[in-house]
Design a protein around this ligand. Sequence first.
Ligand SMILES: Cc1ncc(COP(=O)(O)O)c(C=O)c1O
Length: 369
Amino acid sequence: MSITSKRINWWEPQIGEEEKALLLEVLESNFLNDGEYTTRFEQMLAELLGCKHAVAVTNGTSALFLALVGSGIGPGDEVIVPDITFIATANAVALAGAKPVLVDVDPKTLNISPAGLEQSITSHTKAVIPVHVSGRPADMPAILSIAAKHDLIVIEDAAEALLSKLNKKCLGTFGQAGIISFSPNKTITTGQGGVILLDEDTLEVRLRELKDQGRPVRGTGGEDTHDRVGYNFKLTNLQAAIGIAQLGNLPARIVRMKQNYLQYLEKLKDIEELTLLPFNVENGEVPQWVDVLTLRRDELIEFLEAREIFCKKFWFPMHTHDPYLMPDENFPNSTRLAAQAFWLPSCFSLTNADVDLVCNYIREFFGKN
Ligand SMILES: Cc1ncc(COP(=O)(O)O)c(C=O)c1O
């Protein structure tokens, strides 16, 4: 067995000189709180993603929570979420005091099944949170039409889908609100961070109050008025400075992530035992992470790890976690497929040679060399 000299990670963030320079600027300004860099970051995001407002907050989970609470969702309400997602989607619903209702996924995309969504609607259902796993669009035309028919609010969890598009429109801008995460395994990072995307002016005012202790205007602190219960979910100038610098590298990252996917597809397409989940990159979909299915998942991951190549297994389906426990038979697709699913190395810092190396080992594993 030959061992590669270089470790190939599943993911790694990248911080450069621009981040350091902007951070220094903020430090020297002596205003570290949510401030003008946060506003600049928000404006850049709204312009880039094509929505009227972008409200920056502490992370993707709080962004979901605020979008729910700002939309009037709370105790007694049900919110439909897919059974395959990072648990933050369901946790944000629980934090808002509502009940997450889990729905099985479409086996072709591992995103929420529109048919399952429609079947799960009750008189208590107030909203649905489609998740664009790995940057792959959920079936938004079907979801929006079901939501319109049943008067449901749509809040998109686009945590993993920065600048990924469906029909030329960015994911996260289809529903009443959408969120993106800037945690370290996302296309751009602010350490922790998130944003809520939306068009509606009244909701924007409500979200800004909710993220800052319920005050419509931040004054001296002592004499501020607080019109509603609110929280502290502000994104600081320090984090925003890093975000602004990261946005400068975004176009190159997107090119590389698309290249990663296309190269994996080309080199692995003849392996029948391995299925790459599809991305329509020509249509603007951005594969933040390259996800694959194989019945020999754990064995393959171990084989690659022994060669210093690291992958990441999919999350366990939500219905298997203690807080959201439900029988497997209600979720045939997620139960079967989550156990086969994992992410190949997907960093935007990979080279063609790195991806070739990974592919060659995968081919060797399946006896294809
Ligand atoms: C699908 C999904 N939803 C929500 C989140 C929560 O985002 P954060 O970690 O920024 O709270 C994440 C990422 O971590 C995610 O992948």
